[in-house]
Design a protein around this ligand. Sequence first.
Ligand SMILES: C[S@@+](CC[C@H](N)C(=O)[O-])C[C@H]1O[C@@H](n2cnc3c(N)ncnc32)[C@H](O)[C@@H]1O
Length: 255
Amino acid sequence: MASEQPKALSGIPAVDLYLAEGYRAVPGMSSQFAAAITCGLMRIQTSLGITGHAAEIGTFQGRFFIALAHALAPGERALGIDRFDWPDANVLDRFEENCRNHGISPEQRITWKADSSEISAEELLHRLGGPVRLFHIDGEHTRAALSQDLELATATLAEGGLIVLDDMLHPGYPTLILAVHEYLQKHPEMAVLCVIDRETLTAASKFVLCQQAWFKRYESVLLEEYQEHIWPMGAQFEPHWCLVFSLDTSLPALE
Ligand SMILES: C[S@@+](CC[C@H](N)C(=O)[O-])C[C@H]1O[C@@H](n2cnc3c(N)ncnc32)[C@H](O)[C@@H]1O
């Protein structure tokens, strides 16, 4: 496999090896940069004593899922939810094969072929055996589906858990942001912890949400550890600001 040094690191050796040698070999849409920052956040969770499982809606062939699974602590498991019917019925086999080839054993993961709109929080918690510390939402890209997936993620989230939203501010999905703002109004206990800027149009931006009570703890570690990727202007979420991670942290010249 061709090796390509990632532009950011998670700090977890198994994740960083996968990002360098496996990530781009697994077909998918999520950005390598976002995977590094997200798994870096999972490392920070472990250091803060936060435990739980990982879950993803929209697993496709496993590109992002495998990175999340490598970032888990012993005994924690990754749950991959997808209808597994697009672009063809063999996508489920390709997902299983990718997990095998990239070091995620059957004991570390659960595959759930389902439409996320038909999944209840109780069933999800039962399958995993406990709450979720990292929930990646990358399923149906409509306002209604994102609202529903956000409620599912919130109802299954561990104390200190994070919800990562894919394809934010993507030109092809302009209504998703409406679901996010509606959700934030309905859930004042939640906040956007950071924005992870896009790599390309398809490897688009992600928002990371956390419980308000954990915002400062996460932010102070991120400021210490990921300074070189922080865009100085930040994101204005009115009334609060949050960090923006980008591969381009430059500011326009004023003269
Ligand atoms: C953009 S792809 C996900 C890419 C993937 N996360 C990666 O790392 O490359 C979106 C996936 O969401 C799945 N999906 C769409 N609507 C869904 C739904 N209602 N429930 C479950 N999965 C869904 C699709 O089958 C597709 O595999």
